[in-house]
Structure formats: structure tokens, C-alpha cells
Design a protein around this ligand. Sequence first.
Ligand code: SD4
Length: 316
Amino acid sequence: MNRSLLGTLGMGLGSVACEAKTPQNETVSTVPIVIATWDNRKATKAAMDALAKGQSALDAVEAGARVPEADVKDTSVGYGGFPDRDGNVTLDACIMDEKGNAGSVACLKNIMHPISVARKVMEDTPHVMLVGEGALDFAKAKGFEEENLLSENAEKAWKKWLVKKEYKPKINAERHDTIGILAVDAQGQISGACTTSGMAYKLAGRVGDSPIIGAGMYVDNEVGGAAATGLGEYVMKTLGSFLIVELMRQGMSPQEACEEAIRRVVKKYEGTDEAFQIGYIAVNKKGETGAYSIRKGFNYAVYQEENKVFEATHMV
Ligand code: SD4
């Protein structure tokens, strides 16, 4: 089979993958694949590099998520992220492995790599989620260093925002880059991660969908994984990523499942105005992918043989 041809065919509308059967008779992809929200190709590359070195899907998604976290130009994740309305950069992240283990941090300040703290919560504590001061104390105890994450650019933008203090999230216009990243390794093991600085100028203490297991990201190794970006409040109210994985379990393709999840949230909240944007990505055990958003403007990166970015299809 021509793998490089397969790698470039049909991405985004259910890509074709090389398949094999496991001893349990499951069909799995034998070509590793990484998918991420937005044009996070540097992250999908870091994740694929980790897989190529023989690291796990979990290592891969962590490595991928760390890329935008350290990128000062990315104003929706980690260092350089836009702050809340009091000028504090507060970070949300979660991670999940192929065994169904999960870890998460929310409203974490001053730590550049919340995804790695989330992994430590998963691996070194009996808990799933730590927030605020407790999360920061835990991170410091694990050797993470405190840093100022408010970049000059983000501080300038925040001071400009303070003049009118209007809270109007504009997802596409800001070209948000919250990263949800999912990897399937050559053995068909699936892991996922999600990390963000959340909505710019949010109320102090606001936590979005991104660190909520099942909302911002969800993985079930029997089925596949999904991740979200956009207006977190609506993703949380509908547990979007969990829903997509369950729809795939019932037989939908990743693309169909993303579309159904978007249809449901739009129907329930009747929101199609400019600010109401959600984008989903999904991958199944066979390595097929899907993505869909409410409005135009959501794109995503897929690395399978080649590292490419695609515009998602959308509802309105
Ligand atoms: C949130 N879902 O905190 C995030 C925001 C986002 O790109 O996706 N931004 O609600």
C-alpha cells in the first residue's frame, strides 16, 4: 500500500489508514497519527517526533502540548497567553492516557507547562484535578519553577482592553490557538491532551472546558479520542468530547460524530451569533479523523506521513 499517498488522501473527511487486527479482533491503525486543534503543526511535529523515537502516545501528546505553552506568540496558551481581567494569566490543562487515567489542573498561575503538571497529578496522586493555589503548591513541590507568564504584548492588549472593559469573546477573529491534541501510536494506543490560558479577560477564577475530562478532551482506547476549542461554557454544558467518543462507539465516523455534537449544541442553545464558536476534532482507533465547527474559521493540523493543516467544514 502506498502510505504517503494514503497519508495525503481524504484527511479531514475520514482519512484512510493502514489497518491491522489486534488479537481481540479490533481494527487498529498501524500508521501513527496526531491531530491537533488549530494550525498547531509545530506541536503535531513534536508529537510525531516523540512517536518516531518509540515514545508512547502519552509522551507524544505531552510533547506536542508543551510547544504552544512555551510560545510567547501564542496568546491563548501558556506563556504569552492573554490574562484574566485582573491581569493574571491563569492556565487550564488536562491529559489522558490509553488506560483511561486522567490528570488535570485549573486556574494555575506562573507555571509555563500546565500539561506536565496535569500529567504529574495523574501519575503521582490519587486525584484527577487540582486547582488554583493547591495546583501551584503541588507543581512547586514537583520541581516546576514559578515564572511571570504575562508577556509585554499580552499586558499591552490587556491595558487596552481595560479602557472599555467589554467582554466579547471573538473566537475566530482572535484566531485562538487553544490546543487539543490526540495521538494514536503504531500499536493503536490513544492518548490526548488539552491546554489553554482560557478566554481572554475572563473573570478571575473562571475555568473553561479545557481541563474538564470529557469536555475539553476525552479518550477511550477502545474507541478513539476527541478534543474541543471555542466557547468553553457550551462545551462544558454538553460534555462535547465525551459525547463524540460515545457517538463513535455507536458506529459514527469521527467526522459524523463531530457534526452531530455541533448540531446538538447549536440546537440546544440556538446560538449561531458571531461569538458562538466551537470546533471539535476526533480520531478513532483506525486512525480516521474528523473535524467540524459551528462557524467558518476553525482549522486543525493532522500529521500522518505528512504534517498538514486543514480548514474544518462548518455548520453556518
Ligand atoms: C475556554 N475553550 O477556556 C477555551 C478557549 C479556547 O481557543 O478554546 N480558545 O473556553
